[in-house]
Ligand binder design. Sequence first.
Ligand code: ZN
Length: 309
Amino acid sequence: MPSGIHHVTAIAGSARRNVDFYTGTLGLRLVKKTVNFDDPGSYHLYYGDGAGHPGTILTFFPWEGAPPGRLGIGEAQETVFSVPEGSIGYWTQRLIEKGVAHDPPAKRFGETTLAFKDRDGTRLALAGVRGAEAAPGWSATDAPAEHAIRGFHSVSLLLAEAGPTAAILTDVFGFVADGREGLTQRYRAPGVEVGGLVDLRTAGEFLMARQGAGSVHHIAFRAADDAAQAAMVKKLVQDHHLRTTEQKDRNYFRSVYFREPGRVLFEIATDPPGFAVDEPVASLGQALKLPPFLEGRRAAIEAALPKLD
Ligand code: ZN
């Protein structure tokens, strides 16, 4: 069974501004409000569709005052969401009304695509996809549900050379080559409707990335369960001489991490248990949730976090 994108995690500045943009402007649902388990003084905010399905989840580590990152080799260049084919006009108008910097819509691989940036400079795009309206969406705001974002379309990685990263995508995650446009080689996870595309952009000799606000921190790929994850880890070691971290319990999924040969940080995250493990689907994202090992420090953690409303 091929994998696909599970979630994308990026770095932001102000947490409140981040919530305003992703729920207010883009209409995503805040599906989990928790802290960075490795740095509990800062939030970890998760946005997605109504239930937080894998393949719809964009997450942020907001660090107030984080200096801006610089795009370069060895990182994700752009995160693209799917919207219905006829919705690009609506979104173009909405971005204009909200004062969001964007490019004119352009064709990519035959689809009309609208590229824009969030308030930290995170590079995003909406691709108009035929049939996207069949997938579940969420509209947290005044944006009509018919135009809502339907999860990830693709991520693009900026690389010195595509081959070594492509080998991981095809051999470990089950992607197949799916066409080329200019310097971009597309890979597709067959049968994966949401978050099934990765574009590799070859930049040759270019500056290395410097992470900061607006940068993608890592990309997580899906594993159906622990056994599927273990099989991928074994393949990475045996066939690619790449070691992952030990498995970490992220409460909503279980993860291993490794730096792929093109220098992008990859994660393999299990689909289970999902975001309803510690609060009902109906009230996802409303209360600050902490993992059991941090509950005893809740009062201090809450006092130190910036207010979101
Ligand atoms: Zn992650």
